[in-house]
Design a protein around this ligand. Sequence first.
Ligand code: GTR
Length: 430
Amino acid sequence: MRPDFKRIAYVLLALGIILWGVQFSLRAAPGAPKAPPELPDVLGAFGDDAPVTTAEDWLARRAPILRGAFTRLIYGEQPKTVAPVVSARRVIDEKAFKGLARIEEWTLDVPLAHDPVRFHALVVTPRHAKGPAPVVIATNFCGNRAALAGRYKTVDRPAWAPARCRTPLQQWAAETLHGDDIIAPPFAMLAKAGYAVISFFPGEIVEDDRRLSQASLIALSADMDESQPRAGALAAWAWGYSRAMDAASADPKFDARRIALWGHSRFGKAALLAAAFDQRAAAVIAIQSGTFGATLSQTTRGESIDAITRQFPYWFSPALAESATRAELPLDQHLLIALIAPRPILLGGARMDRWSDAGNAFVAAEAANPVYALFDREGVAQPTPSRTDLSGDIAMFIRPGGHGVRPRDWRETIAFLNTHFQVEAPRPNP
Ligand code: GTR
């Protein structure tokens, strides 16, 4: 009997449509939660630690306790390190993006107990900047060469990249599903607005792969003693943001007081973690960061602690991935947000992305308000997740569509940073 190719094609097409539908329904409509979960007062006693009443108390006493708890219970210990050596700065294009910006590739070697960790950063600087430029440190999903659309063959291509990045067809599929800006930040748009961008691929530090990540994670914690919780990939990627901040703040071309961290989804989690642990981040933008990002982990209506630790155990400290008691975590993500106070935070959500539960990210952000108040700041200034007020210390927007990075995410980012960093687009000399 001859196979009926036409029928097979129809079945495959139908299956494709069903799978597409399933992934959309999984990520459907967040909105505000019906009954916001009860969260303990962010300034109340925490374990044995007495309630907090002043900003000094918060910074000197409570914040280190909370950072310790997040390290121990969830993310693991970031590698101990001194600043990286920028061992090479190569000019890739002096006048890229129609003369708007200069592209360099930096090689960062971070000394550790054993082998140094090497990763590369694309450094895109507006050519018409007057004075030191504000910087956005943004991760990319497929490596630096792909971030420049493969146009520059001399730019480093990472030894490992996720499956969705491997061929032009896979990259096209990723962009179709997750938006035009999923693979790279829109460098030209940022340069035009006056921002320098430092972009790196976290997979160069720790591969985003259950099996391959193990050797890198072990190497990163080689100088720690047994009692310290080993870093998971999120902590290692957060550490990558901090190393990029080391490099940025040592270069007079950049304004060290105006460095923003930007990340989407898993890298949004890492960006928030980095900002919570490293005061040099002057602002953070986390788009659809979800569970163990900005969303409450224990009351989320999207991805549960169980689901995330089962699928991505290597993102976390082995203690969380193995622990049977994780359902009783004594802390939730509003405390991570509070650790960033009083610095500005922008949270992005997407209407069809229920998995990252933007509604409960809003609840978490509001719960951090009392910490902002200690610094005479308001925190969240908007009444609901979608009535965006970018002038708020913590702002949120919900755009149409699903999980991914679209031009709107970057337009909101730039408008938010313009407000908080007081940046005006530079004009070319007449
Ligand atoms: C999902 C994961 C989320 C989020 C997302 C992403 O599969 O469950 O926590 O990180 O990936 O990074 O796109």
